[in-house]
Design a protein. Structure first.
Length: 184
């Protein structure tokens, strides 16, 4: 990185464009910049979740995920690069299997909530799904590698599972949707 970040205010974006990592300029409302922004928002929201009291394994996983998301943003910023690898997707699959193993089988839908950490994980999940949709939309118009799409799909699943884990870590349970409640 060297001196790359020595000057934050450049004024080069005053005309509504921004620079990509390859030196090209694109409109700030382009699909690529939209996807980068959604991934950045997710990473920032994981930072909020990390402010909560979390089990050590969950904390470690989320920190690793934050680094992966920074790489994913870099991949989106550098068209043609592949910074997210299948091994990173596999790691999410492994965490999914690990954390899902001790959870009770779902018989009803879950409402976002429970304790504060679980609620933050649910919000992160919805931000992740939005980021995934932005990457899919970008992929319809420009080349996007498979691994970032797969990574985001697995990550949203993992965040759902982690919300359930976090409710139990605090002695609680899932907040279940109650069928027929609106008719009562």
């Amino acid at each position: 990185m060297g001196n790359r970040l020595s000057k934050i205010t450049t004024r080069t974006g005053d005309n509504g464009t921004t620079g990509l990592g390859d030196g090209s300029r694109v409109d700030k409302d382009s699909l690529r910049i939209h996807a980068i922004g959604e991934v950045d928002e997710l990473n920032s929201y994981l930072g909020v979740l990390l402010c909560e009291v979390l089990p050590d394994g969950v904390r470690s996983a989320l920190i690793e995920i934050q680094h992966d998301l920074f790489d994913l943003g870099g991949e989106l910023c550098l068209p043609g690069q592949a910074l997210i690898q299948p091994a990173q997707v596999l790691k999410l699959d492994e965490w999914l299997a690990h954390y899902n193993a001790d959870l009770p089988r779902l018989k009803e839908f879950i409402l976002p909530g429970g304790n504060r950490a679980a609620a933050h994980a649910h919000v992160a999940r919805t931000v992740c799904r939005r980021a995934e949709r932005a990457i899919v939309a970008l992929g319809r118009h420009d080349t996007v590698n498979e691994a970032p799409r797969q990574y985001m799909n697995r990550l949203s699943d993992l965040l759902f599972v982690l919300a359930r884990v976090l409710n139990r870590a605090d002695g609680g349970t899932d907040v279940l949707w109650q069928r027929g409640r609106a008719q009562a």
